[in-house]
Design a protein around this ligand. Structure first.
Ligand SMILES: [Zn+2]
Ligand SMILES: [Zn+2]
Length: 179
């Protein structure tokens, strides 16, 4: 994805808006919805300010129950790029610098911004470290592997009657008996 900046280059302070949708091709991330990018580019003179946001939906695996779930990813973008300058050929002092047509062509070619690396960085930096299908996901039983969101398994029922809990159970029974 490339943005052509020739128009923006003409004037300091000029603003250019950019909006696009695309589906990136990353080996390790599957996209359920395209990435929607909205950007404003501002000519700051020596630099270009790139500011905006992106939005998409990706498939993640819950770190507790190991189920796939859709994740809404939203992120802000802010980056500053330097304008490309014409090639400075090896010029000895005193020589008159004369830009030839080919130099200008080079500059024009470079007056575009290749967005893909920036977009990929922003997406990767905004992936959750411990993805959860929901904040209160109960996860899997460490003994039998049952998804505890679907209900308790036999081992977690047994665990409630762990003899080490007996004094506490007795205490609770007593308290409830006093009601
Ligand atoms: Zn989960
Ligand atoms: Zn279990």
């Amino acid at each position: 994805m490339e943005i052509y900046l020739a128009d923006l280059h003409s004037e300091v302070g000029k603003v250019f808006s950019f909006e696009e949708e695309f589906i990136p091709n990353y080996r390790d991330i599957s996209f359920i919805e395209p990435v929607h990018i909205k950007l404003k580019l501002v000519n700051l003179g020596r630099e270009v300010l790139v500011k905006g946001s992106l939005k998409t939906k990706i498939k993640l695996v819950c770190s507790r129950c190991l189920k796939e779930f859709p994740y809404d990813l939203e992120a802000k973008i802010q980056e500053i790029y330097l304008w490309d300058v014409p090639i400075q050929k090896n010029i000895s002092p005193g020589e008159i610098i004369e830009l030839k047509d080919e130099d200008f062509k080079f500059v024009l070619e470079k007056e575009s911004l290749f967005l893909d690396p920036l977009v990929e960085d922003v997406i990767r930096l905004n992936l959750p470290v411990k993805p959860l299908c929901r904040p209160d996901c109960k996860g899997l039983c460490p003994v039998c592997g049952q998804d505890l969101n679907m209900g308790e398994c036999e081992c977690s029922k047994k665990r409630q009657y762990d003899p080490r809990w007996e004094p506490l159970m007795k205490f609770i029974d007593k308290k409830e008996g006093n009601k």
